[in-house]
Write a protein that binds this ligand. Structure first.
Ligand code: ZN
Ligand code: MN
Length: 495
């Protein structure tokens, strides 16, 4: 079956695990750093030695709440820690410290931009803090290694309501979440480093013969790319439809228990792992070694004040206030700092569109070459503002501005100084421009006549004279000034 059958409604909820961008781990002071030699960032606490005591990372708690507030959740107040018991080699304590019945954030929503320009609202059930597990390394010939550098890294688990109804929506939701946590500085959300992992819960509501059938819920574990997420959801929609067709009464939510399945990237299929655990299988109980957390109003307000403008709000503002096209506004709101550059330049008096042209022209080209965000190429607000103003005032033309742009990124210098040093400044001296204009008029009587007579040849002749002046100035004359003066001398009215 292909996705999109109107009688088959996919019901998808998503759990997203996000590693928070803190200096240290959730309950000890080991570095939270990817890529170090195995088991170099470990201590008795994250190794799960007996008798040690965890201490909460305040920064992780604040980042978690910040994300929750940006997701319109109620956050803060009283929450506590719980032990979630399970046994696995990468979990040395045999339990994970998590939050069960009192998460730090609950009942929010996020607006998800879809490909067709529509916006989908997805409700957030909860977001809670927990610690990551270590990693089993399977690249040895005769044994499996365990790297505990990741054990104890702060995780925020964000759980949506089952409001997602297609594989595309699942992908769009995941992308919106990645953009948001990066925007807030809560996570680097780098897929290759496993900073963000997805676990969709999927079943179908199938309308048939005046009845609604519900298929059993499947949770696909540990997906670490948008592609795998979308493919796994699409695969499950197809698989569950087929299973239901084969046995409409038997393949049902009421009769069968939940399943955990894994994703096989090679076969592009989900694979049965086990019947899904219920909460009671984890033997949750309150963590006796950690005090509950009480985030009062003052603390909560100080976190709220750091949230600021969110990506979609900013995109909307760029369209309304700066008159940008949707595509440009969207490109400038993939991260926070790039838009901050634009806002800073406008605040310093630069024209928004000229600033945008610089950012999305040479700025985007350089960022693309380096594989980074535009804000990371080393451009300062003052440089951007000044160069945009020089363009607006015709002190420099677009070609010269592109040269200055590259030089000012490399040398971190003021664009005016660079343009002067390189001889790229336009000539704006009225006397000098008048000399070139007069000379062009004197040298080209027939073109002058065509302009003065009007009619078909006028436009072309005017363009020719403009070109003559620019040539005499070796491209340095300020074009707007040349045009104004030519129009004046030839009787005005030309376009
Ligand atoms: Zn540690
Ligand atoms: Mn979890």
């Amino acid at each position: 079956m292909v996705e999109g059958d109107p009688d088959v409604k996919p019901i998808v909820g998503l759990e997203i695990h996000v590693e928070l961008h803190t200096a240290t781990k959730m309950f000890c002071r080991c570095p939270n750093r990817f890529g170090d030699p195995p088991n170099s960032n470990v201590c008795p606490v994250c190794l799960g030695m007996p008798g040690v005591l965890p201490v909460m990372n305040r920064k992780a708690l604040e980042l978690g709440i910040k994300v929750g507030l940006a997701l319109n959740c109620s956050a803060g107040g009283f929450s506590k820690w719980d032990r979630k018991g399970y046994y696995y080699p990468d979990l040395p304590k045999n339990y994970q410290i998590s939050q069960y019945d009192l998460p730090i954030c609950r009942d929010g929503w996020i607006e998800v931009p879809l490909d067709d320009g529509a916006v989908k609202k997805v409700r957030i059930r909860r977001a809670h803090l927990e610690e990551d597990a270590g990693k089993n390394i399977h690249d040895h010939a005769d044994h499996t290694g365990v790297d505990l550098n990741r054990a104890g890294v702060p995780l925020l688990e964000i759980v949506s309501e089952p409001d997602i109804n297609s594989s595309h929506e699942a992908g769009a939701y995941a992308r919106a979440m990645q953009r948001l946590v990066r925007w807030l500085g809560a996570s680097q959300a780098n897929m290759q480093m496993g900073h963000i992992r997805f676990e969709p819960n999927i079943n179908l509501h199938i309308a048939s013969a005046g009845k609604t059938y519900k298929t059993p819920i499947v949770e696909v574990k540990n997906l670490n790319s948008f592609k795998a997420l979308e493919a796994a959801v699409a695969f499950e929609i197809g698989r569950q439809t087929e299973e239901w067709r084969a046995d409409p009464e038997g393949f049902s939510l009421e009769k069968l228990s939940k399943q955990n399945r894994g994703w096989d990237d090679v076969r592009m299929a989900t694979v049965f792992q086990r019947e899904k655990e219920e909460a009671h299988d984890y033997r949750y109980f309150p963590e006796p070694d950690l005090a509950p957390v009480e985030v009062g109003e003052t603390w909560l307000e100080s976190i709220r004040s750091q949230v600021g403008e969110l990506p979609l709000q900013r995109r909307e503002r760029y369209i309304k206030e700066y008159g940008l096209a949707f595509k440009d506004a969207d490109a400038l709101t993939q991260d926070g700092p790039t838009g901050d550059l634009l806002d800073g330049a406008v605040k310093a008096g630069a024209d928004p569109k000229r600033s945008v042209n610089l950012l999305l022209g040479r700025g985007a080209a350089i960022a693309n070459e380096r594989g980074c965000q535009i804000a990371e190429i080393g451009l300062a607000v003052e440089q951007l503002a000044e160069l945009a103003k020089m363009l607006a005032d015709q002190e420099i033309n677009a070609t010269a501005a592109a040269k200055v742009f590259d030089l000012m990124i490399a040398g971190r210098q003021n664009p005016r100084q660079i343009a002067m040093k390189q001889g790229l400044l336009a000539v704006t001296d009225a006397g000098q421009i008048e000399k070139w204009v007069d000379q062009a008029i004197a040298d080209n009587p027939s073109a002058v006549q065509d302009v003065r007579q009007g009619g078909k040849k006028q436009k072309k002749a005017f363009g020719f004279l403009m070109g003559q002046v620019m040539q005499k100035s070796r491209g340095a004359a300020a074009a707007r000034q040349v045009q104004d003066l030519l129009e004046k001398k030839l009787g005005g009215g030309q376009q």
